[in-house]
Ligand binder design. Structure first.
Ligand SMILES: Cc1ncc(COP(=O)(O)O)c(C=O)c1O
Length: 303
C-alpha cells in the first residue's frame, strides 16, 4: 500500500507522485493486472527541468495526449494536474535541476477504464548524462562528444516507433549493443540501409556546406521534442535543414553529426562505427541556440 504524504515533505528516499498522491519510491506499487505492467501498454515522457521549470512542457504534453488518443488509451491526467504533480515531486525531492519521467498506462482491464494509471518521478541530471555529454572538450567547453556504433540487426520500428511507449524491448536490446561496445549510443538502420535514429535519440547529419539532414517522421522514428526544437532553430539561424532519408553511406561524407534527446540536449558525435567525425561547428552553434532557448523559457539566466 502506498503512503500518502503531505506535499513539501522532504524524504531521505525519493518521493514520487502516483495516481494523485505523493508516495515513497519504495512503496509505490502497480497492480500486476495493469496493462502497463503486463503488456508494455504504457506511454511515457522524459523531460528536463532547469532551475525548477520544465523545458518544452507543452510539447511533451501534446505528444503524450495525442499518442494516448491515437492508441485508444483511457484519458491521462490533465497537463495542469501533471504540472502540479511535478512541482510537488521536485519540492519533496529537493531538486531544481532534474530529469523527470511521466508514465501513463492503459490501466486495469474490465469495466470501462476512463483514466490511465499514472506516475511522475524525478532524479538528478548528473546520473543520466551519457559519458560523451558529461565530459567537456578542453578547447571549446562543449560536450566532449559521443561514440556511436551501428546496430547489427536491421530495424523496423513499425507504427509504435512514432509513439513513446513503454513497449521498449526492441529499442532496449539495440541499446545493449552500445553498452557491449562501450559506446554512448547505437544507431538503428533500416533493412534498406537507411539510418533511422538512435535507440534513445534522434540523429542529425551535417554535410559539407552546412546543410543539416535528419530522417523523416514517415520512417516511423520518434517525433522527438528536441528534434522539433532543433529544426526550428535551424530556420532561425538560417541553416538549411532537410527531413529526408539518410542512407548509411551519407555518414561517410558527413562533416558533422549529432544526437538529440531531452536529457542529453544536442550531443556532437565524435565517432561513428570507429570513424572519427571531423567537425562540430554547426552542432555547437545549434547547441548554443538551444541553451539560449532553455534560458529564455526556464529563466535560468541571472538578472
Ligand atoms: C527512440 C527515441 N528517439 C528519439 C528520442 C528523443 O526524443 P526527445 O527529444 O523527445 O527526448 C528518444 C527519447 O528518449 C527515443 O527514445
Amino acid at each position: 500500500m502506498s503512503l500518502p504524504l503531505p506535499p513539501g515533505t522532504r524524504l531521505p528516499d525519493r518521493a514520487l507522485w502516483l495516481n494523485g498522491r505523493l508516495v515513497r519510491g519504495d512503496e509505490a506499487a502497480l497492480s500486476v493486472f495493469d496493462r502497463g505492467a503486463r503488456d508494455g501498454g504504457g506511454l511515457f515522457e522524459t523531460l528536463r527541468v532547469y532551475a525548477g521549470r520544465p523545458f518544452a512542457w507543452e510539447r511533451h504534453m501534446e505528444r503524450l495526449v495525442l499518442s494516448a488518443a491515437e492508441l485508444g488509451f483511457p484519458v491521462p491526467p490533465s497537463p495542469i494536474r501533471l504540472r502540479k504533480a511535478l512541482d510537488q515531486v521536485l519540492e519533496a525531492c529537493g531538486l531544481s535541476d532534474a530529469v523527470v519521467r511521466i508514465t501513463v498506462t492503459r490501466g486495469i482491464p474490465g469495466g470501462r477504464p476512463v483514466r490511465t494509471g499514472a506516475w511522475l518521478e524525478a532524479e538528478p541530471v548528473a546520473g543520466r548524462l551519457w559519458p560523451g555529454a558529461r565530459r567537456l572538450d578542453p578547447e571549446d567547453g562543449g560536450p566532449a562528444g559521443a561514440r556511436a556504433v551501428l546496430s547489427r540487426r536491421p530495424f523496423i520500428p513499425g507504427m509504435l516507433g512514432r509513439h513513446k511507449t513503454t513497449s521498449r524491448l526492441a529499442w532496449d536490446l539495440a541499446r545493449e549493443e552500445a553498452r557491449a561496445a562501450g559506446a554512448d549510443e547505437v544507431l538503428l538502420v533500416s533493412p534498406d540501409a537507411e539510418v533511422l535514429e538512435g535507440s534513445a535519440s534522434n540523429v542529425f547529419v551535417v554535410r559539407a556546406g552546412g546543410d543539416v539532414f535528419t530522417p523523416p517522421l514517415a520512417a516511423d522514428v520518434l517525433p522527438g521534442v528536441t528534434r522539433g526544437v532543433v529544426l526550428e532553430l535551424c530556420d532561425r539561424l538560417g541553416i538549411i535543414s532537410h527531413q529526408g532519408p539518410v542512407p548509411l553511406e551519407m555518414l561517410r561524407w558527413a562533416t558533422e553529426a549529432f544526437l538529440t534527446n531531452s536529457v542529453q540536449e544536442l550531443l556532437p558525435l565524435a565517432e561513428i562505427a570507429g570513424r572519427p567525425v571531423p567537425e562540430r561547428e554547426v552542432t555547437l552553434r545549434l547547441l548554443a541556440a538551444y541553451r539560449e532557448r532553455v534560458a529564455e523559457e526556464c529563466a535560468t539566466r541571472q538578472p
